[in-house]
Design a protein around this ligand. Structure first.
Ligand SMILES: Cc1cc2nc3c(=O)[nH]c(=O)nc-3n(C[C@H](O)[C@H](O)[C@H](O)COP(=O)(O)O)c2cc1C
Length: 209
């Protein structure tokens, strides 16, 4: 069986080569930004710690398919920021149930808090998202009772644009320079696994699943 026949199931009946597969995958990441229910919209972020490893979900916020960067937002006071400052390399794990595709990106992260990158992202952030940055409590700190993650008096209400500005000091953007992207497609007709390496040199290769 030739590789192209093996891959026929991949993209709506079209045979794909490595370059097509890479381009399609980056386009899918980009289109996930506009679709809340897209599987690639949420990511498991795995980090290194002094004791081992940690993981949690984050939301995909920006993609640069040309330069191979992705970005997510977080609270500058959170544990993950402390971990990324100590160990900037991380893994971003995506799973799209509809497409049956797993993506594993190894990345080098860079923290943006008090700079134009964070300002630009903050500017475009809806007040509903800004609300979570109004928390007076350090994320992960122990509390005597349940705490909603924003001032209790806000309840279900949204802050005004002016009120939301108090959250800016807690807002961080994590820029992720993609070092490798590994693709895995599950199918009974044959699984497909490939690795796209961007650093230190570009290399694309099929892998045994
Ligand atoms: C679907 C989903 C999306 C989430 N998105 C984010 C996010 O974009 N940024 C973030 O900081 N936390 C997000 N969280 C919360 C984190 O998973 C995590 O609980 C929190 O940030 C504390 O993590 P840390 O203690 O490792 O810093 C999300 C959680 C879920 C379930």
């Amino acid at each position: 069986m030739t590789p192209s026949i093996q891959l026929t199931h991949l993209a709506d009946g079209q045979a794909l080569d490595l370059a097509d597969l890479e381009n399609n995958t980056w386009q899918q990441l980009q289109s996930a930004l506009k679709n809340e229910s897209d599987g690639f919209k949420t990511i498991t972020l795995a980090t290194c710690t002094a004791d081992g490893a940690d993981a949690r979900m984050v939301v995909l916020r920006q993609v640069d398919a040309e330069r191979k960067y992705v970005w997510f937002h977080t609270d500058a006071r959170s544990e993950k920021v402390i971990q990324l400052e100590a160990f900037p390399n991380a893994t971003l794990l995506f799973w799209d149930d509809k497409r049956q595709v797993q993506l594993r990106l190894t990345v080098e992260t860079r923290l943006h808090t008090d700079d134009y990158v964070a300002d630009e992202h903050w500017k475009d952030l809806w007040v509903g998202s800004r609300k979570t940055y109004l928390s007076e409590k350090t994320p992960g700190s122990e509390q005597p009772e349940p705490y909603p993650g924003f001032p209790v008096n806000l309840g279900d209400d949204l802050p005004t644009e002016a009120e939301s500005e108090a959250g800016r000091k807690n807002f961080a953007v994590i820029e992720c320079r993609v070092l490798t992207m590994e693709y895995l497609h599950l199918s009974r007709a044959g699984q497909t696994r490939a690795r796209f390496q961007y650093e230190p040199v570009r290399k694309s290769v099929w892998l045994a699943p």
